[in-house]
Design a protein around this ligand. Structure first.
Ligand code: ZN
Length: 192
């Protein structure tokens, strides 16, 4: 159990909830700056911050079937410091984030490398399962940011993996649909 502040807690939907299997809807660009969408983004950032091991989250994971995902600034910090493989360690250190969280709205993967890598993966909506999955080692996403500006971002490693995992969420796909050697690893086991 974790200490939680019920007033500010954003609930993360778990596997079995139909919202995780819906096709998320696109957002009209003029609505991005609306109070409604900005509130969804704020809730997603809050949900991510509440999870010690959270690196990214898609809107359906807080029960909102819209095409948005958010990547924690911690991921960018870790990538910059070439600590990607130790991102959990970096998260646990509880450092002040240098980068702000990155918001991707109506994201489209425009490029995927043919080369794939076997990666370890888990999901905030499939507690506490972890498995292996083959993902393209590089990916490019075109999306709108939270101000409604069009952005293109290429990535490798963890960030490329996140792009693929999160766009899957927006298509109603969970990592367990594709992963193998899936096993339950409870947080208390990780600490051993
Ligand atoms: Zn997930």
């Amino acid at each position: 159990m974790k200490k939680q502040n019920p007033a500010s807690q954003v609930k993360i939907v778990q596997n079995g909830d139909p919202v995780l299997r819906e096709l998320a809807q696109p957002i009209s660009v003029k609505d991005i700056v609306s109070h409604k969408i900005q509130k969804v983004i704020a809730d997603m950032k809050a949900a991510l911050t509440q999870q010690e091991d959270g690196v990214a989250i898609a809107a359906p994971q807080i029960g909102v079937p819209l095409q948005i995902f958010v990547v924690s600034g911690n991921v960018l910090d870790a990538a910059l410091e070439r600590m990607e493989e130790r991102v959990e360690e970096a998260l646990k250190m509880g450092k002040q984030k240098k980068h702000s969280d990155m918001v991707f709205i109506n994201p489209v993967i425009t490029k995927l490398s043919r080369e794939k890598e076997e990666m370890e993966e888990g999901c905030l909506s499939v507690r506490w399962m972890y498995g292996k999955i083959k993902r393209s080692s590089k990916a490019t996403v075109v999306a709108y940011d939270e101000k409604g500006q069009k952005v293109e971002r290429g990535a490798s490693g963890l960030l490329a993996q996140i792009f693929q995992h999160e766009t899957d969420h927006l298509n109603g796909v969970l990592f367990i649909d594709k992963a193998y050697d899936v096993q339950e690893i409870l947080p208390e086991d990780l600490k051993k």
